[in-house]
Structure formats: structure tokens, C-alpha cells
Design a protein around this ligand. Structure first.
Ligand code: AMP
Ligand code: MG
Length: 403
């Protein structure tokens, strides 16, 4: 059985970054930037107040408490103050407003009181206190967002602040999703005797959404070789990447491997030493890729996280496609045996010791109800492992900030 690292290496080796297109910035959400975006102006663009309060000469408040004469008027955000602040004076200023010439700090309104003689300051200020200095975040011409960065909502904010109406992103692949299994009915149908609802399609389409990809649903195919062959052919014609679940292991009706052979696909591997998720294959045909994922719902999702996510990230230009690993402490004892690496659904939280991960009660690869409560997986090494509470473990987040 193939080690996960080897499987990931093969998958990435077979993923070439896709062409790029210029799209409206909002359309780029979830994709990866294909170009460096540079600041078109300093950020902030001018020295501006970070507080509602008074613009002052910081030296005038060295002996605070002190009273300064009040300059008439209010400097509001959006205006450009013509005044030059005289020594011994304060000017009322609002958050986001440009600092008047001469001023080098802002004292917040909470530290002041208006009096007949002017404004009383209870406390002094450091030079540039409560001022966002021009260019302190970024200077004009510097790289604001580097090529290969995943476009998150925060990145959209940065792109907007530098006036990017359109950006170049890697074209998302066209992805087809199909499920196999004669027992399946769709999620909006009532199962008859022996039938179950097809939950994998929706879970996989949801996972694709996080890459900004709207997957195409090809359908559920009964466990009949001719029908699977036909559906694979149809799927691969219309998609760059085909995800198939079910029929992937050794049962009498697990026919996806045979169907892949029939259509002449090159299969790179068909089992990986992970639990859940072992019966996963990766194949290519005519430059297009096919993942045959397990039918068990948790196995399908775990295999997606470990292999399909990195494949899509590489395809869409990510600078760092593999799952990120964090370290934390185990919240309760855990033991396992067997030759595979385990990915244990868990809840991780911040604790005084750092990240702490608590394995969930989990009844195995069909137990999507438990898995859906997890926000991470604890990675437990191959072989017999006995872990005490507090043991250091590897953690992979399920809500990876990249996807
Ligand atoms: P298989 O890999 O086809 O042997 O399926 C393994 C287990 O997962 C069986 O219990 C199937 O009924 C179940 N299963 C297969 N496909 C799906 C699906 N699309 N949604 C929910 N459960 C499924
Ligand atoms: Mg099946």
C-alpha cells in the first residue's frame, strides 16, 4: 500500500497549473492570484487619525495634564484640512480624517474635557500616537498580494483598497462529480427498503465550492459495469477533473477499477495507507484526471482533503498546495493499531498550553454525523500507537484558510 506522501507526490507531479484569465475581482474569491498585485498608492495614503479626539503637538502635552487652546471647526474624514496647527493649540479631529500640518499626534476624546479656556488633556501622548502614518502598511509600488495567494474575503478587501477592479487568476478546472451504488437514492427522495440517500455528491460539491468551483453533478450510477463505463466516458468528456465515489474497494460490485481499465485510463495508484480513505485511486486519461474515492462518506471527504484539495490547489496556482500541519496537545488518551496512518476527527481549541485537540466519539468511516462536528483531524502515525493526554500531536484543520 502506498504511503500518503508518495500518493501526494504523484498527484502533484501530475497537476500542471492551468491557464489564467482576468476576471472581476469578486469572481476571483476562492481562487489563487496569478500575478503580483502592487500598491497603486501608499497605504495609508496620508497621515490620518485613528481615533475621534484632538490633533495636537505631542510636545505641548509633555507636562499633561494641560489645557490647549481649541482651534475652531472639526476635521472630518473625507475633507482636506487647510489649517496649520499652531503650538499650544488642539484641533478637533475624527477617525480617518487627515492630520493637519504641524500636528504629530492625536489624543482620544475620552482623555479630554472641553473647558472655557480650551480643551483639558488629562494625559499626554507619544509622538505619532493614534496616528496611522502614511505608507506604514505598504508603500506605493510594493507587492500587496503575491502571485499564488488564495483570494479570501480579506484579500478581496486589500485588492479593492488598491483599486483592482479585475485580477488575473488561474482558471478553475471544470469538475464533474458522480456517485456509484445501486443502493442510492437522491437526497430529496425517500429511500425504499435497503436503499440509502446519496450524501457524498453534496458533500463533494460543497468541498469544491470552497475553491470557488461549482462542480457539475453527473449523476448516480448503479453498480453495473456498462453504465459506469458510459458515465466515466461522459464525465471525462465534459470535465477536466472527475470525482467518482463508491465501488472503489474489493466487493463483488466494486466496479470502478474495472471501468477505469475499460476506458483505458492510466491508474497511478489504487490504495493509500490511510484510515479512513484507503480505497482511493488516481488516474489520468487524455490530460484529464479522475479520482476514484471511497463510498463511505467520511472516507470520501478525508481522501478529498488529503489528495483532491492539493491537486486542485496546484492546478489553480497555489504556492503551497499540501495540507498544512499544526501541532497541539491531545486532550484525552488515544490508542490505535494497524499499519495505516489514522486521521481522527477531533475538535481543536485554544488552551493555555496552545492548541488542544480532543478526538470525537467516532464509529468509523460511515459516521458522518460525528465527523461533521470536527474542525480538525489528528494525524496518528502508522503502527501501534498509545498516546497519553498532553501528548504532542499533528493536527490538520478541516477549514483550511486556503480551502
Ligand atoms: P462502496 O465503496 O461502494 O462499497 O461503499 C461503501 C459504503 O458507503 C456502503 O455502505 C455504501 O452504501 C456507502 N455509500 C456509497 N456511496 C454513498 C453515497 N454516495 N452516499 C452515502 N453513502 C454511500
Ligand atoms: Mg458501492
Amino acid at each position: 500500500m502506498l504511503a500518503l506522501e508518495e500518493a501526494q507526490r504523484i498527484v502533484l507531479e501530475n497537476a500542471a497549473p492551468r491557464p489564467t484569465s482576468r476576471v472581476d475581482v469578486l469572481q476571483a474569491l476562492g481562487g489563487n492570484l496569478a500575478e503580483d498585485v502592487r500598491a497603486d498608492r501608499d497605504q495609508p495614503e496620508f497621515d490620518r487619525s485613528a481615533m475621534d479626539g484632538y490633533a495636537v503637538h505631542s510636545e505641548d502635552l509633555e507636562t499633561a495634564p494641560a489645557t490647549l487652546a481649541l482651534h475652531p471647526g472639526v476635521i472630518a474624514a473625507g475633507c482636506w484640512p487647510e489649517l496649520r496647527l499652531d503650538r499650544g493649540h488642539a484641533a478637533r479631529i475624527m477617525t480617518g480624517a487627515p492630520l493637519p500640518q504641524g500636528a504629530d499626534a492625536v489624543q482620544m476624546i475620552e482623555e479630554t474635557q472641553v473647558e472655557d479656556a480650551g480643551v483639558r488633556f488629562f494625559k499626554g501622548v507619544e509622538k505619532w500616537e493614534h496616528v496611522r502614518r502614511r505608507g506604514e502598511d505598504l508603500r506605493e509600488g510594493e507587492v500587496a498580494v503575491a502571485a499564488g495567494t488564495r483570494i479570501t474575503p480579506a484579500v478581496l478587501g486589500v485588492l479593492a483598497s488598491f483599486g483592482c477592479a479585475t485580477v488575473s487568476v488561474y482558471d478553475p478546472p471544470v469538475v464533474g462529480v458522480m456517485t456509484t451504488g445501486s443502493e442510492l437514492v437522491e437526497y430529496n427522495e425517500v429511500p425504499g427498503p435497503g436503499q440509502i440517500r446519496n450524501s457524498n455528491s453534496l458533500a463533494l460539491l460543497g468541498l469544491l465550492y470552497r475553491h470557488g468551483i461549482e462542480g457539475g453533478y453527473i449523476g448516480k450510477i448503479p453498480d453495473e459495469i456498462e453504465q459506469i463505463v458510459e458515465a466515466l466516458g461522459r464525465g471525462i468528456e465534459s470535465a477536466d477533473l472527475l470525482l467518482v465515489t463508491g465501488g472503489a474497494s474489493e466487493g463483488d460490485f466494486d466496479l470502478v477499477a474495472a471501468a477505469l481499465a475499460r476506458i483505458g485510463a492510466t491508474v497511478f495508484f489504487h490504495k493509500v495507507a490511510i484510515k479512513p480513505g484507503k480505497p482511493v485511486s488516481f488516474a489520468k486519461m487524455g490530460g484529464k484526471a479522475i479520482f476514484s474515492l471511497p463510498g463511505n462518506p467520511v472516507s470520501a471527504v478525508v481522501a478529498f482533503h488529503l489528495l483532491v484539495d492539493p491537486y486542485i490547489r496546484k492546478l489553480t496556482g497555489s504556492a503551497d498546495p499540501l495540507p498544512r500541519v499544526y501541532r497541539g496537545r491531545l486532550a484525552r488518551p488515544f490508542r490505535k493499531g494497524g499499519p495505516r496512518r489514522h486521521f481522527v476527527p477531533a475538535v481543536c481549541r485554544n488552551a493555555p498550553v496552545g492548541l488542544e485537540a480532543e478526538p470525537l466519539e467516532f464509529r468509523g468511516s460511515g459516521d458522518m454525523v460525528a465527523f461533521a462536528k470536527a474542525n480538525c483531524m489528528i494525524v496518528v502515525a502508522e503502527g501501534d500507537v498509545v498516546l497519553a493526554p498532553g501528548a504532542e500531536v499533528e493536527i490538520q484543520l478541516l477549514e483550511d484558510p486556503r480551502a
